[in-house]
Every structure is written in C-alpha cells, then in structure tokens.
Design a protein around this ligand. Structure first.
Ligand code: ZN
Ligand code: ZN
Length: 335
C-alpha cells in the first residue's frame, strides 16, 4: 500500500487498523462492490486500496464496524467510530442503529479550542493587570480574580462577530438591504423545513428587524452551525453532552430532531439550552455525513474505472459474487 495520497501527495495517517493495510485512520468501504479506500487527512480525497487481499480487508473492516458506534448516517453512507478510527460504510443501505454519540468528545474539543484562546489571553491580561495595579498602587487580587470572566466575555464576543459569508449575501424582502450577517445575528433565526429542499432557515434582518429571507441547502446549514456555536457558548447554561445525546436519541435521530425543532417555530435564542446543544450536534453530524456521501460518489466513479482496468484476474468476480451471497445470507439471518 502506498503511504502518500495519490491526489495531494500528503502523508496518509494511521496504521489501517483492522485492515492490516499499515496505513489509514479514516477508512471507507463498500462490501457490496468490494471497494476499499483510505481517506486522505489533508485533502479528504479517497485513495483506492490495491486489489490484493482487498476482500479479506473489507471483511475485517465490516466486523469492526458492526462493533463500532454509528455517529450519523444517510441512506447510503454511515459514519462509524471505532477505537479512534473513522469507518465509512457506503453502498447498499443497512438497518442502522443510531444509538450512541460522540457528543462528549466534541464538547471537549470545543473546550480545548476555547482554552487555547483563554489561556494566552489570561496570561497577557494578568500581566497587564499587575502592571496597572502596581502603577496605581491598587489591589492586585481583585483584578486577577476578575480576569478569566472578562477574557471569556471577549472570546464569546469574538465568536459572535464571526462573519457568516454565504455564496450570495441574502437580501431582505422587506427593506431591500443586503444582509451582512454575523454569528450573533442568528439569535432570532428560526429553523423550518420545506418540501423541496429539506431544512431551511428563516432570517431576521439586522437592519429592519423583520423576518426578511429564507436560506436553504448548504447555506442554511452553514449559517445555522455558526449561530448555534455562538449561542451555545454565550447562553449555554449548564449543558451536558449526555443530556443532549439523550434528546437526539429520544427524537429518533438527528434528522427527526431537526424536524421537531422546525415544527415548534421557535427562534434559536428561545430554545432550551440542552435542546439547542442537541440541535447543534445533530446538524454537525449531518453535515459531516453528507460531505462524505458527496466524496464517496466521486471516489466510486474513479474506482469503477480503476478496478475495471486493474482486474486482470477473472477469479475476483467470482470471489465478489461469493462474498455478496454470504453477506445476503448473513443479513437475512440477522433479520
Ligand atoms: Zn490528499
Ligand atoms: Zn430588512
């Protein structure tokens, strides 16, 4: 197996885990078509694994995947976390159990990001406070004690000011102004669904305050994520990952949760904190798995051509057929 990405020449990460490929931390496979890819950590393109021993490797991967946790899934793609590996199962739909979530881990990652900012800022601010206090002859203790809270407020403010840059800036239907959105403007946005485009976001115009436009598709998803990240930071309260996870499970998965929220017609700001966190997690996981589905379609096109050219061994078709039959029997057996 190659060690570098065929598309960007970057170094592939991981050791291939159950596949024995010796490389790969994010692995995609299609049991039905007998495909196996290593996903590049740098450019996200899918590198097709050589044909030798591919079927055994796929079987090993499928066994591991059955053991892992499904983080999110579309009809054709499931993202499964297994011992630090991301396994992406593509192809024929399977009955999926959306039981467990990696919410805790995601929250920790966010806290780490926040700490990177808070810690250096605190050090700088404390240094400044000490200098000011010494100069003024004041009490250092009070100043230092107040610092982390101040730094946190600066951080929240910074996230709130992040621009929400869309392909085309939306225009308010009421007042005609171009909406230059920042994350904090999404406080009053509402999630809704449309028959044709799925999830959509109704935006309140920063200029006139009216509900002036509706975003759909990836714009809606992107803006919603920005807004939720800000709100969950600014008005988080005591959120717990487990509670959020339970809410998503209770709703019947990320898709259902998004629909539930849409039905209630509440602004993002007026959602309960744990529900808002659950919504953010659901939207994040959906976005990740949808991106994987897009990449898979492209990778599959290449694989079909590449395998067709490389497969000089007539035995491989026979082997594939046998594998399919075995899988079908297994599926029927398990219900
Ligand atoms: Zn690459
Ligand atoms: Zn307006």
């Amino acid at each position: 197996m190659y060690r570098t990405c065929a598309f960007c020449n970057g170094k592939l990460d991981g050791d291939g885990g159950p596949t024995d490929l010796g490389v790969g931390r994010r692995l995609a496979f299609d049991e039905w078509k007998g495909r196996l890819w290593v996903i590049c950590p740098r450019c996200s393109r899918w590198n097709l694994a050589p044909l030798d021993d591919r079927l055994e490797r796929i079987e090993a991967l499928a066994r591991a995947a059955a053991d892992g946790r499904v983080a999110a899934a579309t009809d054709h793609v499931a993202l499964i976390r297994w011992h630090g590996y991301d396994l992406v199962r593509v192809g024929k739909p399977r009955r999926l159990e959306l039981a467990t979530w990696r919410y805790g881990e995601r929250l920790r990652a966010r806290r780490r990001e926040q700490l990177k900012f808070v810690v250096p800022m605190t050090v700088a601010a404390v240094g400044l406070a000490v200098a000011v206090n010494v100069a003024a002859g004041g009490s250092v203790g009070v100043f230092v004690w107040n610092t982390p809270r101040l730094v946190r407020r600066i951080y929240v403010e910074m996230v709130g000011r992040r621009k929400v840059v869309l392909v085309e800036p939306p225009i308010c239907e009421r007042c005609g102004s171009v909406m230059l959105l920042r994350a904090r403007h999404l406080e009053r946005a509402r999630v809704t669904t449309t028959a044709r485009e799925g999830m959509a976001l109704l935006l309140t115009c920063p200029s006139c305050g009216a509900e002036g436009t509706m975003l759909t598709g990836s714009d809606a998803q992107f803006a919603l994520r920005r807004g939720l990240t800000y709100l969950n930071l600014a008005r988080g309260g005591r959120q717990r990952a487990e509670d959020a996870a339970r809410l998503v499970e209770g709703a019947g998965g990320p898709h259902q949760l998004i629909h539930d929220v849409a039905r209630r017609e509440l602004t993002l700001r007026s959602l309960a904190p744990d529900r808002r966190l659950a919504l953010e997690m659901a939207v994040d996981e959906r976005a990740e798995v949808e991106e994987l589905e897009r990449q898979w379609k492209e990778a599959e096109e290449i694989a079909e051509i590449a395998d067709g050219m490389l497969s000089s061994d007539p035995g491989i078709d026979e082997e594939l057929r046998r594998l399919r039959e075995r899988l079908d029997q297994k599926k029927e057996g398990s219900g």
